[in-house]
Design a protein around this ligand. Structure first.
Ligand SMILES: [Zn+2]
Length: 356
């Protein structure tokens, strides 16, 4: 055994510990980081976990290593559930869990496909975190719609419970002795009260559901654009997402959908026929972003953080401007995809002219 003095043991430990933190970044021992926790299923290859976590680490570095990106918050903790999935990779609405991995027996067609899927989903986590409860873009802080969304989600849950309770009361009233103790007049009153209350709850829950669906759809449209932007910057090619999708399917409908997700397409607002998919709403606006993205790609990764932050701010402001609260129901001021694109393109032009 080597004889070391106490002081040198301490020094050695310090050296080892500082070394091991550098090693943890360089090697691929991704059990967890400050930003995410990995839950990996046994039948998923370690290599896939590495490919996905390395990619997510790179996206995190756009913000951590950037001097200019200050407002965008990196969501913590995010759980990466890397496993065999029943459907495609996905995220929960609050951006806390990302379901990564491949579908059942298939594997990803390439490492690039795995990377882009991971990075796209991580884009959702960034978007959700910064637009929901813990966003810190000041103008969005007081947005009525965000509060309205979470309120309505909670409210519809409470209303469903209220319906159950009311049904129980109704059953109790119509059964057994209680019922026979009431006069005919009292019974009639009970039934009409019951009916009125049922209608009120039903209207309220319908309003809550309408708000919830609308906001979920609105958020998804902009979130998909943001997530694909993250993926395209990461990859360096404007049609990266489209390429991967096309490489994985020969179906004509998939090919068409994929083309809508390229930032290299030439889809004009005027002639655009939306297929109803939240991923493709901004196909025309994507084209407008092409030059901007190419410029960032040429500048390099250090420019990504600040750009994504600006983009996120524009997108959240668009959502904020479109949704209005009316009689307790969230409604959309803008209804056509054409209007949504025109408005977004206008804002992107402003961004373009403000960038040196
Ligand atoms: Zn997505």
């Amino acid at each position: 055994m080597i004889n070391l003095k106490k002081g040198s043991v301490l020094l050695l430990l310090l050296l080892l510990s500082s070394n091991s933190s550098i090693l943890a970044e360089d090697t691929q021992s991704h059990t967890s980081t400050d930003f995410y926790r990995v839950e990996r299923e046994d039948d998923i290859q370690e290599k896939l976990v590495d490919v996905m976590t390395d990619s997510i680490d790179e996206v995190i570095s756009y913000f951590v290593d950037s001097d200019t990106s200050k407002k965008l918050e990196i969501p913590t903790p995010v759980t990466l559930k890397i496993k065999k999935l029943r459907s495609r990779p996905a995220y929960d609405i609050k951006g806390r869990i990302l379901y990564l991995g491949h579908q059942k027996e298939e594997e990803f067609s390439s490492d690039r496909a795995a990377r882009l899927r991971a990075v796209h989903e991580y884009g959702h986590a960034l978007f959700s975190r910064n637009t929901n409860n813990n966003y810190n873009l000041p103008s969005f802080m007081d947005a009525q719609i965000v509060k309205g969304f979470w309120d309505s989600k909670e409210r519809s849950g409470l209303l469903f419970r209220r319906i159950d309770e009311q049904m129980d009361e109704f059953r109790a009233f119509t059964q057994g002795e209680v019922y026979s103790n009431f006069t005919e007049e009292e019974r009639v009153k009970y039934f009409s009260d019951f009916e009125a209350e049922s209608e009120r709850i039903s209207d309220e829950s319908k309003a809550a559901m309408t708000s919830q669906r609308l906001v979920e759809k609105m958020f998804s449209m902009y979130a998909e654009l943001f997530a694909d932007t993250v993926a395209v910057l990461f990859d360096g090619k404007l049609d990266a997402v489209a390429e991967v999708i096309i490489s994985e399917s020969t179906r004509e409908s998939t090919q068409k959908k994929a083309a809508f997700r390229s930032f290299e397409n030439s889809i004009a607002v005027e002639g655009f026929e939306w297929d109803g998919d939240v991923h493709s709403v901004f196909a025309p606006a994507r084209q407008m972003m092409a030059d901007m993205l190419l410029e960032k790609i040429a500048k390099g990764k250090s420019s990504y953080g600040a750009f994504l932050e600006q983009l996120l701010e524009i997108l959240t402001k668009e959502i904020e401007a479109i949704l209005i609260l009316e009689d307790g129901v969230l409604r959309s001021k803008t209804t056509t995809v054409k209007e949504l694109n025109t408005s977004l393109i206008e804002k992107l032009h402003l961004l373009e002219s403000s960038v040196d």
